[in-house]
Design a protein around this ligand. Structure first.
Ligand code: TMP
Length: 205
């Protein structure tokens, strides 16, 4: 028996965490066992890697950054995601390999195929059953982030053209794998978005 692996992707400020929390609450209310995770930072090792990747002062070379995300992913898949889906349960996760292709590939301008292959090596080829892409205009996403006065991390601090490449990168990925992706306009109201996510998950259950 295999469970489900559902991932949420999108730019910073697109509402991934809100939508994944709504989905998890609904799945649990329907009696499903759900494990949540995030990348980077879904494991104890991942929390340490996340601190380095997002908050280390000073330059990190793009390939080193890609490898750090891949290391976090390898450990998360081996110790959290695979064991859960092998028990027949559901993993709902914020971000996965599509983020690497969009941010390190399109954003940092590394070769997208190489970045994806690195993640596939790290995860021993694991792809999600469903990936929800919350697509949002870059300026609107940034406005949502600044609204709560937070300090930007290394990636959030990148300029708008970086984030515009990331957004285009995500959309290209979704176009290439329409059967895996559900693309939603993240500017819509959160209840409507949640209903669309539930409908897509119901088709898989
Ligand atoms: P979060 O704040 O949504 O948890 O994500 C942390 C940041 O890391 C976010 O700016 C996106 C970025 N990121 C990558 O650049 N590559 C990756 O593979 C992942 C998972 C996240």
């Amino acid at each position: 028996m295999t469970g489900l692996f559902i991932t949420f992707e999108g730019g910073d400020g697109s509402g991934k965490s809100t939508q994944s929390a709504l989905l998890v609450a609904w799945l649990r209310s329907e009696g499903h066992t759900v494990v949540t995770s995030r990348e980077p930072g879904g494991t104890d090792l991942g929390v340490e890697l996340r601190e380095i990747i997002l908050h280390r002062r000073g330059y990190i070379a793009p390939r080193a950054e890609a490898l750090l995300y891949a290391a976090d992913r390898a450990h998360n898949v081996a110790t959290v995601v695979r064991p859960t889906i092998e028990r027949g349960e559901i993993v709902v996760q914020d971000r996965y390999l599509d983020s690497s292709v969009a941010y390190q590939g399109a954003g940092r301008v590394l070769d997208g195929v190489e970045v994806r292959d690195l993640s596939l090596w790290a995860s021993e080829g694991l792809l999600p059953s469903l990936t929800v892409l919350l697509d949002l205009d870059v300026v609107a996403g940034r406005a949502r982030l600044t609204a709560d006065d937070k300090v930007f991390d290394r990636l959030e601090a990148e300029a708008n053209d970086f984030h515009a490449r990331v957004r285009a990168g995500f959309r290209e990925l979704a176009d290439a794998e329409p059967e895996r992706f559900l693309v939603l306009d993240a500017a819509r109201n959160r209840e409507d978005l949640a209903a669309e996510v539930r409908a897509a998950v119901l088709r898989l259950l």
